[in-house]
Design a protein around this ligand. Sequence first.
Ligand SMILES: CC(C)=CCC/C(C)=C/COP(=O)(O)O
Length: 287
Amino acid sequence: MPSPKAKNNANRSGGGSPGLSGSTNGNGRYEFMSLNRTPPATLFQRQGSDPTAAARLRASESPTRRRGSGSSTSSNTGMPEEDCMRLNPSFIGIALSSLLAIDLWLSKRLGVCACEDSSWGSIRPLMKLIEISGHGIPWLVGTAYCLYKADSAAGQEIMFNLFMALILDLILVGIVKAVVRRRRPSHNRMDMFATFSVDRYSFPSGHATRSAMCARFLLAHLVLAVPLRVLVFLWSGLVGLSRVLLGRHNMTDVLFGFLMGYCQYNLVEMLWVSSLGMQGLLGLIQG
Ligand SMILES: CC(C)=CCC/C(C)=C/COP(=O)(O)O
């Protein structure tokens, strides 16, 4: 009758991972195989009684594995490239899922104005007021009105470009939302006014992109006293914060929204339409 130790050894040699399999050699000592080494033929023979383990070992010798296990090594680590590719995605995957888990947990805890019964439900109306201040409609209507009323070419140019920037923002956010399709937090009450169909998705926060882009725009093109500049900056931050407090968004939606809005302003600067260009465009529209 085989001793329990001998039985153990037999089990381990058959059930190990194909990458780092342990097997006993003739002397009863363990041999460990690297991921890229061909297992000795004797090992296949010994695995004969365990078809699953044998299949796993053969799979580790598939042409794809053999192709990767040549002489190529990662220049940074000195490890075989194949191993780096196998390990990195799982590391990034774990890091991303941890970040998302923290994001969901923190955002849920911060959603203190998500409804009237929430712990900070009494300031929900104030948060909704801040929400309206960053909504697309007041910004579009306000900018169109200022463009109509502007009596200088410089004023018209600025308002025209702000209007175009707001349209560009709506388009870009709509595209990213439609591609990413991240659902809004479960504690959100969908009671926002005037939304597009893509606004059932939460990534990125359109309010955050708009507030970051408009804040940069106003700070760059309007001559404002320092207290007003601080106010613009604070308003942008408050719009973002209110999204999480209202339960509309997770933190990452808002943080990415700020980043996207900040970069969108660079795009607006690149596509800037001068007064002359504006007249050309108007001429084109009027025929
Ligand atoms: C109807 C118009 C002109 C704009 C819609 C603005 C809106 C409701 C965006 C959604 O923002 P969040 O992604 O921050 O919830």
